[in-house]
Design a protein around this ligand. Sequence first.
Ligand SMILES: [Zn+2]
Length: 73
Amino acid sequence: MAQRPVIVECAVCRQPLEHAEAGAEVRLYLGPGDKLAELWLPLCVHHAERFREAYLRETVECRVARVSDGHSR
Ligand SMILES: [Zn+2]
């Protein structure tokens, strides 16, 4: 079976990445010491720059806009 190259897209705008390893590690906390997740977000150059700004601030605002378990809305 031939291996196809994996095209990695920006997690924000879905643009194919120039550098597959470009991205940001984001840690989400429900409260102090209560970690929800560590997520690696692949990012395009533009969004990597935006996330660099967030990284320098260290903490950013986050809102959970929707949650689904797949069974109900
Ligand atoms: Zn992007």
